[in-house]
Design a protein around this ligand. Sequence first.
Ligand SMILES: N[C@@H](CCC(=O)N[C@@H](CS)C(=O)NCC(=O)O)C(=O)O
Length: 228
Amino acid sequence: MSYELALGDRSYSSWSLRIGLLVARYDLPITCRFARLYTDAFPALLADFPPARTVPALRTPEGLTVTESLAIAEELATRFPDQGLWPADPAARAMARGLASEMHAGFFALREACPMNLRQAYADFPVSPEVQADLDRLETIWSAARAQFGQQGPWLCGAYSIADAFFAPVAARIAGYGLPVGAEAQAYVTAHLEDPYFQAWRAEGLADGPDQETYRRPYTPRPWPVAD
Ligand SMILES: N[C@@H](CCC(=O)N[C@@H](CS)C(=O)NCC(=O)O)C(=O)O
């Protein structure tokens, strides 16, 4: 038995994006199976990954299903130790682990107000105080990581790591909803938008089928911010 991964819509499923980016970037030997949310295909896919009720879900060669994105990322890092999913440097790794965990456990206002949508960008999004507080916190932790470990490139803790994959959907939200961040955070967002693995995922998602109406928001539509 080999590794299989259940994933949702490439355009809309932020948790799928995180793990999908890791599989593609690190060329992991995992078969990805996709199903669109809100279709009959979704429960049918999950039926092959008991007891998962959300995506992503990883089935290991031993037949065990791992759920929860952070647990899946940790499991992949452990099972493929030569690929460098976490930074090799202990201090950078500790920082990266903290960042990914904080993302997994928080930023609820931003996630609620701005569902990830890689197909549609908006203008005139009204930023609530709660969303602004999440943005402020993001700027604080991104800046702290980059000040310590980010001098050599665009990512948070040296080379691209699980921490960056966990913030890829956040970068997409900042770009897509035109959320206000400073120059340093904006540069980090742009690094994600220009990342070839992110661009490939987004392009594949555009071909997944019709738009999912549930993700449409009543703001002024505008083109996706980076031509790719
Ligand atoms: N905490 C979970 C969240 C996973 C999640 O909510 N996935 C969404 C798609 S992005 C899902 O499967 N939703 C289907 C449902 O809730 O029924 C994780 O880290 O993987």
